[in-house]
Write a protein that binds this ligand. Structure first.
Ligand code: GLY
Ligand code: MN
Ligand code: MN
Length: 409
């Protein structure tokens, strides 16, 4: 999924933005959750190495492009399966000039520093982890890395597009599974099942599925209520594909047809979103995108019900890194997600898409699931298709009896 040449280009770009004698050390975070929980790579480490394993360290400098890895460990591999260790496979996958044993890192870092006489930039480690005196002043390369991550290269865009395609396809099926009387988590489950079925590794953030009153709760993720006919259901979800996450929201009527009032609000949010998307142009800023979307809602008299910002950067993190003061340039990806939340009517609508900025105008990466209200109603008309996915659990009227071991006579 990560092309070695691109990884190397990213590492060189980081160095190019630092003083020319800088030495850079980046350590992958430890796997603190334990073997039975999946490890989540640090986005910065993944971005520069393509590797999502713990206990790796990279050393970059004027003469260094080294990845340090732990030795082969048969006991670890017996429990956890094979992993790339020091050797050609790891070097090939990551494109590092050299792969060296983890135990050599301290002496190599020291030598690199002495040779360059330069400044040390460190991410993910303390001086003592690197064999340096506690008082060593460490600079952070984070700002430089995050500046680069803000503009996606072709390899990243391919992964983001795949994450969006998986999410869109899953949402289409989820919409067809909506049945009043079900629980919100049943819709969440269809989405989670399809993410894996379509090859994504996991959700990029906790799925939000909220109907009726919960449609007005912005980061609702309990997804535990039985929803009713006549409500709107907000589904805000994103598949993570090799570290990159989509973030798409669709809002549909549980009954299959929008009521007049629901459609009025829905179409207003859709117009606001269109205005926001149209403002995703090089030279403008996220604040311009927000102003464009917000104006539509304010002009219609609903400004007090639009409770959040319109956009965030999207990439390896769902709320991706990068400064919001920076003007849009081609290759940036951001969400456009206006919403109106009228709690006293239990009526919440959010529509969220993922937009790539290009010279030729905005590209909607998440166009694989419709947002036009008629198209959504047409999808809902196909309901029932997904129903055979799950056979019901056996019904048990009474809990099993506790066994009695002895009886008093
Ligand atoms: N899913 C979280 C957000 O839209 O920002
Ligand atoms: Mn979002
Ligand atoms: Mn979202």
């Amino acid at each position: 999924a990560f092309e070695p040449g691109r990884l190397r280009a990213r590492r060189q770009a980081v160095l190019a933005g630092l003083p020319k004698d800088a030495v850079l050390v980046i350590a992958a975070p430890r796997h603190t959750a334990g073997d039975l929980f999946s490890y989540r790579a640090s986005p910065d480490f993944l971005y520069l190495s393509g590797q999502s394993a713990p206990r790796l360290v990279m050393l970059l400098g004027p003469n260094e492009d080294v990845l340090f890895a732990p030795p082969q460990d048969p006991r670890h591999e017996l429990w956890n399966g094979p992993r790339l260790a020091v050797g050609t496979a790891l070097a090939k996958a990551s494109g590092f000039a050299e792969v060296a044993p983890l135990s050599k890192r301290k002496e190599r870092i020291k030598a690199a520093l002495e040779r360059s006489g330069g400044k040390l930039y460190v991410l993910g480690a303390e001086p003592k982890d690197l064999g340096l005196p506690e008082t060593t002043k460490l600079r952070s390369p984070a700002e430089r890395i995050h500046f680069l991550r803000q503009v996606k290269d072709a390899g990243e865009l391919a992964l983001l597009q795949r994450a969006c395609d998986v999410t869109a396809a899953s949402l289409r099926e989820a919409i067809k599974s909506v049945q009043p009387g079900q629980f919100e988590y049943e819709v969440e489950a269809v989405i989670g099942y399809l993410f894996r079925r379509y090859g994504a590794q996991r959700p990029g953030f906790a799925s939000i599925v909220g109907a009726g009153p919960n449609s007005c709760v912005l980061h609702y993720s309990a997804n535990s209520r039985r929803y009713q006919a006549g409500e709107l259901i907000v589904m805000d979800v994103g598949a993570e594909f090799h570290g990159y996450t989509a973030d798409i929201t669709r809002t549909v009527p549980t009954s299959g047809k929008f009521s007049k009032r629901q459609r009025e609000i829905y179409e207003l949010v859709l117009r606001a979103q269109a205005a926001g998307i149209a403002a995703c142009k090089p030279g403008l800023k996220v604040s311009d995108v927000h102003a464009a979307a917000r104006k539509v809602i304010v002009d219609a008299g609903y400004g007090q019900y639009f409770l959040h910002g319109t956009s965030h950067w999207l990439g390896l993190d769902v709320h991706d890194v990068g400064k919001y003061s920076r003007a849009l340039v081609p290759g940036m990806v951001l969400t456009v997600e206006p919403g109106i939340y009228i709690a006293k009517e239990s009526l919440g609508v959010r529509i969220e898409d993922d937009i790539l900025v290009t010279e030729k105008g905005p590209v909607v990466l998440s166009a694989g699931v419709p947002r036009d209200p008629d198209a959504l109603e047409a999808l809902l008309a196909k309901r029932g298709v997904g129903k055979s996915l799950v056979s019901p659990l056996p019904k048990r009227e009474t809990p099993p009896k506790r066994p009695r071991f002895f009886r008093l006579r």
